[in-house]
Design a protein around this ligand. Structure first.
Ligand code: NAP
Length: 308
């Protein structure tokens, strides 16, 4: 709970999983005076209204940003340039423009050319989410104890960065400030490539001729189903992530392919020592994630049914 709102008027552009989670928490804890919501479709806007996510609802994004102290873009990253072009003439002088996009260098490249000099750009990325989309998917505790990475330019206004830090802390997050290019390299390996691998393995399994579709589904608890959860993530969002973080993804994918080839060789040559050493190292990494509070230590992710 905060005593006075961090922003008098917040504008959320896009009200899917992330936008609605911000709205729910910001309202619950009085982080903002009012929320103006904008989305492109009447259907989603009506749903946001029915869920009582904000105070004002606009299809016209220019109307939504008028008078806002803080504007957070919560749409797929491929939309940013068009969004920035549409909102820029209507932004309040001194306003903060932020976002939640999963890549950061491209976001800055898309936004900066359009924004007037009298607004402050503070890009952000909450490392929190689910495979669900849309305004019904949000919940107010989504960001609790999860990192939010802020990637302001070195020339950014420190007060604007401080306000966004306060806001995300209010939403429940822990904050780290980093350079946008560094963000993109880190996230390529921790998020983007794992998603690409999941999309790939699920595709491969469904294309195999000697394994029936029914068997893939029936015996999925042997590991496959955990990939299917990730591979069920929103196709538009993830298409845009790969189109806008190409360099870092390709670089990390090169490393990944080399390491996979080494494991492939160990399997072919029956090099049990190498496999054992490798699997022991990776098991320790999972322990570290659990100790950092970023994952449950319950067996089988806390599911009722034991695996296999
Ligand atoms: P979502 O649930 O699919 O919601 C997307 C929102 O963006 C909706 O309001 C949708 O509007 C709007 N939108 C979609 N395409 C658009 C377009 N071409 N032009 C204008 N608006 C468009 O998405 P989300 O999961 O909240 O993700 C939003 C952002 O958060 C993305 O940039 C993503 O990279 C980032 N992010 C996501 C996660 C995650 O796990 N999902 C985690 C961290 C960051 P309509 O419904 O009206 O069409």
């Amino acid at each position: 709970m905060t005593s006075s709102p961090i922003f008098e008027r917040l504008c959320l552009i896009g009200i899917g999983l992330i936008g609605s989670s911000i709205a729910l928490r910001a309202r619950r804890d009085g982080l903002v005076g009012s929320i103006a919501i904008s989305t492109r479709s009447t259907e989603t806007l009506d749903r946001a209204r029915a869920l009582d996510l904000g105070d004002e609802y606009h299809l016209d994004v220019a109307e939504a940003v008028a008078g806002a102290d803080c504007v957070i873009i919560c749409t797929p990253v491929g939309t940013y340039s068009a969004v920035a072009e549409a909102i820029s003439p209507h932004l309040k002088p001194g306003a903060i423009v932020s976002d939640v996009g999963s890549v950061k260098k491209s976001v800055i490249d898309q936004l900066l050319p359009h924004l007037p000099a009298n607004v402050h750009l503070v890009p952000g990325h909450p490392i929190a989410g689910t495979e669900q989309s849309g305004p019904d998917a949000g919940f107010p505790t989504l960001f609790d104890d999860r990192w939010c990475l802020l990637t302001p330019l070195a020339t950014a206004d420190p007060q604007a960065v401080e306000q966004m830090t306060l806001f995300w802390k209010g939403l429940g997050s822990m904050i780290e400030v980093m350079d946008a290019e560094h963000h993109d390299r880190v996230l390529a390996v921790t998020s983007h490539i794992p998603h690409l691998i999941a999309y790939n393995i699920v595709g491969t399994a469904s294309d195999l001729e000697e394994v029936a579709q029914s068997e893939v589904i029936k015996f999925s608890a042997s590991g496959f189903r955990d990939f299917t959860r990730i591979a069920a993530s929103d196709p538009v969002m993830w298409r845009d992530v790969f189109l806008h973080n190409r360099g870092a993804v390709l670089e990390m994918l090169g490393r990944f392919s080399e390491d996979l080839a080494a494991l492939q060789k160990a399997v072919r040559w029956g090099d049990g020592d190498l496999l054992f050493e490798h699997f022991t190292k990776t098991r320790n990494i999972r322990r570290g994630i659990i100790e950092a509070g970023q994952e449950t230590d319950l067996p089988n992710f806390g599911r009722d049914q034991p695996e296999e």
